[in-house]
Design a protein around this ligand. Structure first.
Ligand SMILES: [Fe+2]
Length: 268
């Protein structure tokens, strides 16, 4: 049980690659990150995005994402689907939705098999196993502020009851990150989530949403947040501002019961 994978997060793609977001090009940034991964970490087992794939949640934005990644096939949620964009060589990719991904649009565009004949788009409470490690995706909802659901907690409980070493994938942050406006976005009822975690063999929780890289702990489990490929945020005195920082991705190594990771920063 030894392998590596890459996490990316919060791409906020627009309807076309030429469309800017407050002067920033999310498409250019994501292309730079993908190109860097292909050149330097193209041998990892897979890539996972922890959500906010697009900005508004419209079909054209998902079409832009799929074209950029070179995705030609569909799969059951959460993947994998093989990417060939920017030099990636059939890289298996998994995708979680964020609060900018309305579930109906996300599943219709990324995982249409999962909603065929289903009246309401499901939440991304799913899991997959890779080389003996279980990846548990938890869905805190499509609002900016996370909120647990009985279904999500039950999904986590059942997944961890298998006793497999597990990695939890979450769009929303589950701990404070030291910025009041972002800290307020974690679920008020995160204690229930933490109580379920405590009983399992969870190697780490990987999160997005805050657009910032940090390390924390919840119920003794390492929590690893990751900077977005989109622009990030900062508290500047009394003001909440949009901050330009180079995007980052996380290279995660799982070696037996140990998990370690490195942050790679990409110049634009
Ligand atoms: Fe985001």
């Amino acid at each position: 049980m030894s392998f590596r994978f890459v996490q990316i997060t919060d791409h906020h793609l627009m309807a076309t690659e030429a469309t800017l977001s407050r002067g920033y090009s999310p498409a250019h940034a994501l292309r730079c990150v993908l190109r860097h991964i292909a050149a330097h970490h193209g041998d990892v087992d897979f890539l996972v995005s922890t959500g906010d794939l697009v900005e508004r949640g419209i079909d054209a934005e998902y079409a832009t994402l799929r074209a950029m990644l070179g995705l030609r096939e569909y799969s059951a949620a959460p993947g994998p689907q093989r990417a060939t964009g920017e030099g990636l060589r059939d890289m298996p990719c998994y995708f979680l939705p964020g609060n900018h991904d309305p579930r109906a649009a996300f599943f219709r565009n990324m995982f249409p098999w999962s909603v065929e004949g289903v009246g309401e788009a499901p939440a991304m409470n799913a899991a997959f196993v890779h080389k003996g490690v279980q990846f548990v995706c938890v869905d805190w909802g499509a609002a900016n502020k996370a909120a647990s659901t009985p279904a999500m907690l039950e999904h986590l409980r059942r997944s961890l009851a298998t006793g497999m070493p597990s990695i939890v994938l979450s769009h929303h942050n589950v701990t404070p990150v030291g910025v009041p406006r972002l800290d307020a976005l974690a679920a008020d009822d995160v204690a229930g989530f933490a109580a379920v975690l405590g009983g399992g063999t969870v190697l780490a929780i990987l999160a997005g949403h805050t657009h910032m890289t940090y390390e924390a702990r919840l119920a003794g489990v390492p929590v690893l947040g990751l900077r977005s490929t989109h622009f990030s945020f900062a508290q500047s005195g009394e003001e909440w501002v949009y901050a330009l920082r180079p995007p980052q991705y996380r290279v995660v190594t799982v070696d037996g019961p140990r998990l370690s990771s490195d942050i790679v920063e990409v110049a634009l």
